[in-house]
Design a protein around this ligand. Structure first.
Ligand code: FAD
Length: 360
């Protein structure tokens, strides 16, 4: 089948790889150049973890783990580094994650704060600590490039610097060409609504400009990826974090201003940087608070924070990854290929609607 994929972020590139693996004739169209920083998939790090309360996400992460390793082998690149991860915070938030890992037979251990502090002296802990050793970090830029390279190796064509202006029936038009397809996949991140809301009943997608920051470590210590859930002694926003080649990255989840992707300013809000410095001062004794180096990146969020991966006629949409989609990308690409092939319907969590699923 001739498939056009619109959007070369991690989800579109992963979809192109999965479709090319199935023997489809794939054209991937991306409006910017490789490695651009205008969407959601750039940078050196993303957390990989299985520790979700919902079983579907745990199984999707497990499938993604297998496919990340396959992609590494296919492309000869290191993408997923296992560092372990911790969730800490109120027991009522951490316990469902402990239970979910146990249901899947995945490794997980509960530590008291003193033991956690001994293992990871760059951090402080207050309440229940879940350590899941099979987690870690993905290299974001290398991952997107690897999906694209692996898809191209299987015959996919990639058109960079081509903005899709219109999708009509089975035709996709850029400023200079029109592509005919048997099936169209749109993985347009923050631009998805403007491209397809006239064609499919998308849930409301809200785009925000998020601003994590890197801090230089001051001690030679192990750093797990982590999520510090709010409540207990952390009475401000929850914080995620992980080590990377650029330093220890920390961020709030989904607190940035609502923006339009083509007119945003890329300027971090000073108050937000100060909040991250306050967190580092209180909870991260192993970083230099004054070294904060912020960056911006987009979240495109659904009302319940579950993704949209669904099909209507010859159009499949993969969008609304709500700030937690990177880790699942190769498995989402497989879901997209299943929809295109008509092998499986969309999972109820990811349908256009109605969605009765709990908020993630
Ligand atoms: C700060 C931050 C931290 C995050 N941390 C994590 C994490 O630790 N773990 C995790 O799992 N996830 C994390 N995420 C979420 C994850 O990065 C995103 O869910 C994921 O990158 C979304 O990818 P995407 O392909 O949907 O969107 P994008 O990467 O934005 O890709 C969409 C692409 O479509 C292209 N496009 C759009 N319209 C058109 C058009 N008309 N024509 C041609 N091309 C078009 C765009 O240019 C863009 O390249 C984080 C996100 C951010 C911002």
């Amino acid at each position: 089948m001739n498939v056009v994929v619109v959007g070369g972020g991690v989800i579109g590139a992963a979809s192109a790889w999965n479709l090319a693996k199935r023997g489809h004739d794939v054209t991937l169209i991306e409006q910017f150049q490789p490695g651009h920083k205008n969407g959601a998939s750039h940078g050196s790090s993303r957390i990989f973890r299985h520790a979700y309360a919902d079983d579907y996400y745990v199984s999707l992460a497990a499938r993604a783990y297998t496919l990340w390793r396959e992609l590494e082998t296919d492309t000869g690149t290191d993408l997923l580094t296992i560092t372990g991860a911790v969730d800490h915070g109120p027991a009522d938030i951490v316990q469902p994650r402990i239970d979910a890992l146990a249901r899947f037979g995945l490794a997980g251990e509960v530590l008291d704060p003193a033991e956690a502090q001994r293992r990871w002296p760059g951090m402080k802990f207050d309440t229940t600590v879940l350590h899941h050793p099979d987690a870690g970090r993905l290299h974001a830029d290398r991952s997107v490039a690897a999906f694209a390279a692996a898809a191209e190796k299987l015959g996919a064509r990639i058109e960079y610097g081509s903005a899709v202006r219109e999708i009509r029936n089975t035709e996709v038009s850029t400023d200079s060409a029109t592509f005919s397809a048997d099936h169209i996949v749109v993985a347009g991140g923050a631009w998805t609504s403007s491209l397809v809301s006239a064609h499919v009943p998308l849930p409301r997608l809200v785009t925000t400009q998020e601003q994590p920051a890197h801090f230089l470590p001051t001690i030679d210590a192990a750093w797990p990826s982590f999520v510090h859930h709010p409540g207990a002694e952390l009475q401000t926003e929850g914080i995620y974090g992980l080590s990377s080649e650029d330093g220890v990255k920390i961020g709030e989840h989904g607190t940035g201003p609502i923006i339009e992707p083509d007119t945003r300013d890329f300027v971090p809000i000073p108050d937000g940087v100060e909040r991250l410095k306050d967190y580092a001062r209180a909870w991260l004794p192993g970083v230099d608070v004054d070294s904060a180096d912020p960056l911006t990146c987009l979240y495109t969020t659904t009302p319940d924070s579950n993704f949209v991966v669904d099909r209507s006629g010859d159009l499949t949409i993969a969008a609304g990854f709500s700030g937690h989609g990177f880790k699942f990308a190769p498995a989402v690409g497989e879901l997209v290929a299943d929809l295109v092939d008509g092998r499986a319907p969309s999972t109820s969590l990811f349908r256009f609607g109605p969605r009765t699923s709990p908020t993630v």
